[in-house]
Design a protein around this ligand. Structure first.
Ligand SMILES: Nc1ncnc2c1ncn2[C@@H]1O[C@H](COP(=O)(O)OP(=O)(O)O)[C@@H](O)[C@H]1O
Ligand SMILES: [Mg+2]
Length: 365
């Protein structure tokens, strides 16, 4: 078990910067998720931590120790990849024990470690099978088991579930959470999947173009996104965005409340869960374009009369459903509107008012 400290970590491939100076502390025993769109540098950072690649600058410490020049095998980390790459001619037991055999450990110790890992991962009945006789999920469990037998200080997972079908991913997600609970070892988990990030992480670190956009517990990041990028990344369907300029003056009060008269290039955001769909004349005038049913939940897509925005509204289960083409009005739940300035940074609405007022006051006449 160990904590990690990253200080100003940079990586460039040739002239192309990929990590632009990352600072992050990961606590001993924490489940930290690196999440972000494809190509934002998550795997690169994981490889630097594992020692598979060298940083262009900055400092990586594991358990307080600087990792410069420390070989991957001596870092006390074990990595699990998306492609599980088991040895096809070895049984599950042999695959699990491979690293320990290579390290020349005594037979009894290897057998005990393999037995323990197999039990944790429910692989005990499969120990004599070859990989080709396993399902995808079982193979990925063997790959995870190979990491467990090495008793690492830190587990590194790089999109380990991406090759599995949806139902299996849900099941493996549960197993990984259980594994973390059982072992208590520090884990860093890379994914582009926001659901995995939200459900697995003690904290999530959201990457954007080689930088950390926001770090925090999943719900905190979801409820208080620091930027429009974060707000748009987490949530399915994503937060509705509405340029303030598209709102008629009369509608601003309906959307924002009378105290938040704003101006300028602000963009408002409200999640589909926080929009109410009402009869005509009670908010922003709109027309229902389309209804989607997802199991017991329903989603309405409503096009506003003003501007060209179509907003998603999550409908309360069991409630009356509008028909496509119906005239309706939309109103956000009080206190659930986010505001983003011209740089995409989230601003508290009262502050937005203050800044807008200030800007108006300093405008040359
Ligand atoms: N060995 C490499 N040489 C050159 N560019 C690379 C190399 N590895 C990764 N990159 C680039 O670095 C960026 C980040 O890649 P990566 O860390 O794999 O992203 P992620 O895991 O977030 O999808 C990408 O633009 C990728 O093309
Ligand atoms: Mg990757």
């Amino acid at each position: 078990m160990a904590d990690l400290q990253l200080r100003g970590v940079r990586k460039a491939f040739g002239d192309t910067p990929v990590l632009r100076g990352l600072d992050l502390d990961i606590a001993d025993g924490e489940f930290m998720v690196f999440v972000g769109p494809s190509g934002c540098g998550k795997s690169t950072l994981l490889r630097l931590i594992a020692g598979l690649d060298e940083a262009s600058g900055g400092e990586i410490r594991i358990g307080g120790e600087r990792m410069d020049g420390v070989a991957p095998a001596d870092r006390g980390v074990a990595m699990v990849f998306q492609s599980y790459a088991l040895y096809p001619h070895m049984t599950v037991a042999q695959n699990l024990g491979f690293a320990l055999r290579m390290a020349g450990r005594p037979k009894a110790e290897i057998a005990a470690a393999v037995g323990r890992a197999a039990e944790i991962l429910q692989l005990s009945p499969l120990l004599d099978r070859l990989p080709r006789a396993l399902s995808g999920g079982q193979r990925q469990r063997v790959a995870i088991g190979r990491a467990i037998v090495r008793e690492p200080r830190v587990f590194l997972f790089d999109e380990p579930l991406s090759n599995l079908d949806a139902a299996l991913r849900v099941q493996m997600r549960l197993e990984l959470a259980r594994l973390h609970q059982a072992l208590g070892t520090t884990m860093i988990y890379v994914t582009h999947d926001q659901v995995e990030a939200m459900t697995l992480g003690d904290r999530i670190a959201l990457f954007n173009g080689g930088r950390l956009e926001q770090v925090g517990p999943p719900l905190e990041v979801y409820e208080r996104p620091r930027s429009r990028f974060v707000a748009g990344f987490l949530g399915q369907p994503q937060m509705n965005f509405l340029p303030l300029a598209q709102l008629a003056a009369a509608d601003r009060a309906a959307f924002l409340g009378p105290s938040d008269a704003m101006d300028g290039e602000w963009v408002l955001g409200v999640r589909p869960d926080h929009l109410q769909l009402l009869d005509e004349g009670q908010g922003l005038a709109a027309r229902v374009e389309r209804l989607e049913h997802v199991g017991d939940a329903a989603l309405a897509w409503a096009k506003l009369d003003a501007g060209d925005a179509t907003l998603a509204v999550r409908l309360a289960p069991g409630g009356a459903l509008p028909v496509a083409g119906a005239r309706v009005s939309l109103r956000p739940q009080p206190g659930r509107v986010h505001a983003f300035d011209a740089d995409g940074i989230a601003r508290p609405l009262s502050a937005a008012t203050a800044i807008a007022t200030e800007a108006a006051a300093t405008q040359p006449a």
